[in-house]
Design a protein around this ligand. Sequence first.
Ligand code: GLN
Length: 402
Amino acid sequence: MALKTTPAAPASAAATSPRLSVKAEQFTESVIREMTRLAIQHNAVNLSQGFPDFPAPAEIKNAAKVAIDADINQYAITWGAKKFRDAIAANFLRTQGVSVDPEREITVCCGSTEAMLSSMLAIINPGDEVVVFEPFYENYGPDAILSGASPRFVKLRPPDWTFDPDELAAAFGPKTKAIILNTPNNPTGKVFERAELELIRDLCVKWNVFGITDEIYEHMLYDGARHISLATIDGMRDRAITINALSKTYSVTGWRVGWAIAAPEVTGAIRKVHDFVTVGAAAPLQEAGAVALQVPNSYYETLARDYLVRRDRLLGILTAAGFRCFKPRGAYYIMTDISAFGFPDDVAFAKYLVKEIGVAAVPGSSFYQNSADGRAHVRFTFCKKESTLQAAAERLAKLHAK
Ligand code: GLN
């Protein structure tokens, strides 16, 4: 699942040290974050890790500065500052029409990453299974291991990343505790349609299962795609654990502020886990988050329009360089097929690309359980300013399809 470039501990240390956690031994460091380090090392244009290289909105940065100056510098309430939770609830009502109680149904976490793991730790028992669409965002693999869940993978198949309803149904059973959904999807750009969500709902109801839904790319939609939150599907209101964050929508991935929305009893469990894992997310940044969630609609319209321009720009660059691109309808990644370049696999290609061509991308295998399934794929991100995309275009022009 991951590139193993971290040197092993010296034999002498290994022989004398106590045994490490079996869970921690089952996964490697993140390939996505490793690619960023390789990009820095090789002075490459970084189209690997999904973080914007352009500024966050001034209004939101100012709100954070004001909060620090106003001495909002001590712990917020462990499950989130009231003002911020109120804004999250108002936002969910405005965008998806779902009314939630900020006092009993929201937990603010350190990014959607913690929201996902705390949610899983809150609901998983030994022997439980979770259904995961594959390719999947890398974190869900280690999340399953850390929480003790056994993943059951269901393939999304290119070019449209559709799934076989029978394969999905077969992945559910008496041991299933949850399905993990990510829509709009990283890495494929798929936006799940209502009919697909209803199929998922039918299975969740049939097997009495939670739907953990990572909706962090909700505002990055193209070609008329519409984001439908799983919680809005009839019967899912109290089964859905909806995860989101400030990171992508407001270009503040380093702030680490996210949240989980779930029914009161589930939220009670998530809050307990969260409390003992991190105590709470950064207090002044939650104040700024309350401001962010109240920006006018025009902000989201501009965001989507700007990302559409970047998507089309990168599609053009990659296609001209010889990649076969799977056009995303949402999120800010492009999955590509690299068969034309004649490399043995995605890792060899990604290493060549970062070292020799000077562009960093993520090997497709990091999104699959079996690396062979991702060997023909590489993922690029387009959440970058025009000058970065232009630099990538110049470097990729040196690449030759065979
Ligand atoms: N979600 C982003 C990506 O897929 C960033 C991952 C991370 O490093 N947290 O690239």
